[in-house]
Ligand binder design. Structure first.
Ligand code: HEM
Length: 420
């Protein structure tokens, strides 16, 4: 899995020049989707220390920050590292169809919009969101409860956060095309999905623009209207970008937070005995996933503002740093002191520093994921995996950690039916 790129690293500065390991960069795509990612990161740590040279798609060089302390340093020191891709010293190597371009491009000029989005999310009523999530969960489960089997990722985990968010945005799930939105988000944001991502973004833009126009004339207590009514007076373009950011950032990680938690509950004996015991075990599982199997694995990124030294590496102005969230969470220097299963919330799954997932968003994510998992266990108490755990497949992505499918079985319409 390690590609010997010593020559490339020496000629392609940065990263590579000044690199004490003398190259040995790993292609990030080759880290993708394995069973035990912590072992992969451990090997990288053993070879390179807390900051490793890596290659992004198209062999574009970057640094992967693997250490917990180093990742905190990079995300707190906004005077040294900015979420500002305009600083990148590798733009000359980036073709217009570079697969990671959408993840980089959206970050430009986003600080005004991000601040407003954070404020607006703070106004969302958590009780109302929980009520909506319960309703959506009930509707979704009712569609498959009588079958006795389901593929939970598509039938539940992906659909629930999207439907809840669409309703919090004041959209009408059917009229505003929630199902099509989900498909387009997958094509647009998921680089493994087939389809033309530029066209998918155009359709997303058109759909949300129509909602924005409607809310301009008829505001209501929802996210879109609040973005429109904010005192900074965002333009329609900024509001559309804000809504895409909220839904785009929320849907996929929350879906995989739900999926990875259900997976943990159904495959780990520590939880199996406690699943029916109440919400404590669900809370523990949700927290453990954010430490040890976080949906956010690696994050692109930060860009060095000036030459600096990080974990003994010379990082040049304009170098790109990938935030190794999963690696940092499993940093032995931290895990040794902070067992993940306890109520320690110092994981980095939501990012860190100024550009982290906004605090109100993390509370909303928690409501959506917890309600989804609890509703599932309440309604289908004997739910079990319908396949050998080893047959489950993780998405082949270096960025997102989640299952491609989660087949489950249960007594159709509840346990009483099976007993009868
Ligand atoms: C209701 C659910 C969620 C909402 C509404 C939400 C919203 C957001 C927003 C608005 C941003 C900032 C984007 C920007 O400033 O450009 C963000 C960033 C982020 N979110 Fe969330 N999010 C949700 C769930 C999650 C979950 C479940 C995770 C992972 C477990 C997550 C991880 C992150 C991370 C790592 C960032 C930082 C990105 C960066 O530094 O570039 N989010 N989120």
């Amino acid at each position: 899995m390690t590609q010997d790129t010593d020559d490339a690293a020496q000629h392609d500065r940065p990263p590579g020049a000044g690199c004490p390991a003398g190259g040995g960069a790993v292609r990030l795509t080759e880290l993708a989707g394995g069973e035990a990612m912590s072992e992969v990161y451990e090997r990288l740590r053993a070879r390179h220390g807390a900051v490793a040279p890596v290659l992004l798609d198209g062999d574009v060089p970057a640094w992967l920050v693997l250490g917990y302390a180093e990742l905190c340093h990079v995300t707190w020191r906004s005077d040294l590292f900015a979420r500002d891709p305009a600083r990148w010293n590798q733009w000359h190597r980036i073709p217009p169809d570079w697969p990671l371009l959408p993840f980089v491009a959206y970050q430009a000029d986003s600080s005004r919009r991000s601040a407003v989005v954070g404020e607006v999310l703070e106004q969302v009523d958590g009780f109302e969101l929980e009520r909506i999530c319960r309703e959506v969960a009930g509707d979704l489960i009712a569609r498959f409860a009588h079958h006795g089997r389901a593929e939970l990722m598509s039938a539940y985990a992906h659909a629930l956060p999207l439907l809840a968010l669409v309703r919090m945005c004041g959209m009408r799930p059917d009229d505003d095309g929630a199902a099509e939105l989900l498909d387009d988000l997958r094509i647009g944001l998921d680089i493994e999905a087939e389809g033309n991502s530029a066209e998918a973004f155009l359709r997303i833009d058109r759909r949300i623009r129509a909602v924005v126009a409607r809310k301009r004339s008829r505001p209501a207590p929802d996210i879109v209207s609040r973005l429109l009514g904010h005192a900074v007076r965002l333009s329609d373009d900024e509001v559309v970008a804000g809504v895409v950011t909220v839904i785009g950032f929320a849907q996929e990680p929350t879906a995989h937070w739900i999926g990875n938690t259900v997976h943990l509950l159904l495959t780990d004996d520590r939880f199996a005995v406690k699943v029916l015991g109440g919400r404590l075990s669900v809370d523990e599982a949700l927290n453990e996933v954010l430490w040890l199997n976080s949906p956010s694995q690696n994050l692109l990124g930060r860009w060095a503002i000036r030459d600096t030294v990080l974990a003994g590496r010379t990082v040049r102005a304009g170098d790109c740093l990938v935030l190794g969230i999963a690696a940092a969470n499993s940093d032995p220097r931290v895990l040794a002191e902070a067992p993940a299963a306890e109520s320690n919330r110092a994981h980095l799954a939501f990012g860190n520093g100024t550009n982290r997932c906004p605090y109100p968003a993390t509370l909303l994510a928690d409501i959506i994921a917890r309600t989804a998992v609890e509703a599932l266990l309440e309604r289908l108490p004997d739910i079990a995996l319908a396949t050998d755990p080893d047959a489950l497949r993780w998405r082949p992505s270096a960025w997102v950690r989640g299952l491609t499918a989660l087949p489950v079985e249960f007594t159709p319409d509840g346990p009483s039916a099976r007993r009868a």
